[in-house]
Design a protein around this ligand. Structure first.
Ligand code: NDP
Length: 278
């Protein structure tokens, strides 16, 4: 028997902005909220910490780079609830500026997590989205800086309004291959592995919007956003926003009421629609 209670899940939510998104959803959303983490013990610690605030999120393990982990979560959701109402794709990684890891490695690992992992999870979970579902992809304003640094030719490929997920994945792989050969700049790509991975997330969101707009399930919205510069491990705690301030725009998008016409398929910062690619 399915449980038809509404439900929501947030990727990479054992700490940082994802943790604050779960906290906000627990306070504002009627239904089960899932905190997910790739490391079970870190997830359980986060659950305990939220329990001490009187909040009761549930936990499920999820590593977005692991197909088996994605499959287990999909099966669990399908068998327990038969659907999903809110999906916040927050999990991400960024190499530190001072990292000595070769650029090719940074390109491959950043894209595998931030772009490919997000895309793979969406492929698995989108069939479960219910009418009026909300999908929020946490991207970054860094995608704006990265697309501006691409050559006009490369920009045109990413911003082609007919681009498909396969085309986008091929472009991401082309960037990785070029990074491995050391000729990514002469091919029109910038030297920003994180930036290119977030270009992938921003473009993916637009494609997903197009696909879900044509879906028979009613009123499913996909939006991307930048949380701002937030005080987390990722920013080495240099960000000026608290995690709850960083969670504000993702939460706003996750909780858009039924029938919302705008924002839809947009990129937002501070709850406002921005043209990320101009
Ligand atoms: P944190 O580094 O604090 O948290 C990142 C979270 O993602 C952690 O829970 C981490 O898990 C998880 N994660 C990493 N890889 C995976 C994976 N393969 N599968 C599942 N979970 C994973 O980062 P923030 O909270 O700062 O960032 C959250 C999002 O916001 C990211 O997408 C980031 O790019 C974006 N962002 C952040 C900004 C900022 O200023 N902080 C600015 C703009 C965008 P673990 O603890 O195991 O590493």
């Amino acid at each position: 028997m399915f449980c038809y209670q509404t439900r929501t899940m947030v990727t990479g939510s054992n700490k940082g902005i994802g943790y604050a998104i779960v906290r906000g959803l627990c306070k504002q959303f009627e239904g089960d909220v899932y905190l997910t983490a790739r490391k079970e013990e870190l997830g359980q610690e986060a659950i305990k910490s939220l329990n001490s605030e009187g909040l009761s999120p549930k936990f499920h393990q999820l590593d977005i780079t692991d197909q088996a982990s994605i499959g287990r979560l999909r099966d669990f959701l399908k068998n327990t609830y038969g659907g999903l109402d809110i999906l916040v794709n927050n999990a991400g990684i960024a190499y530190k500026q001072a990292s000595t890891a070769p650029f090719a490695e940074q390109a491959e690992v950043s894209i595998r997590t931030n772009y490919q992992g997000t895309s793979d999870l969406c492929n698995a979970l989108f069939p479960l989205l219910r009418p009026h579902a909300r999908v929020v992809n946490v991207s970054s304003m860094v995608s704006t800086f990265a697309i501006k640094k691409c050559s006009k030719e490369v920009q045109a490929k990413f911003l082609n309004y007919k681009i498909t997920v396969d085309d986008l994945t091929n472009l991401m792989h082309d960037f990785i291959q070029a990074a491995k050969k050391g000729n990514h700049e002469s091919k029109g790509y910038p030297s920003s592995a994180y930036g290119m991975s977030k270009v992938g997330v921003s473009v993916l969101s637009e494609i997903q919007h197009r696909q879900l707009s044509a879906d028979p399930r009613e009123d499913i919205l996909v939006n991307a956003c930048c949380p701002g510069y937030v005080n987390t491990d990722m920013s080495s705690h240099k960000g000026h926003k608290t995690i709850d301030q960083g969670a504000d725009t993702p939460l706003y998008l996750a909780l858009l009421p039924p029938g919302t016409k705008s924002p839809a398929g947009n990129f937002l910062s501070e709850r406002k629609i921005k043209k990320w690619n101009e």
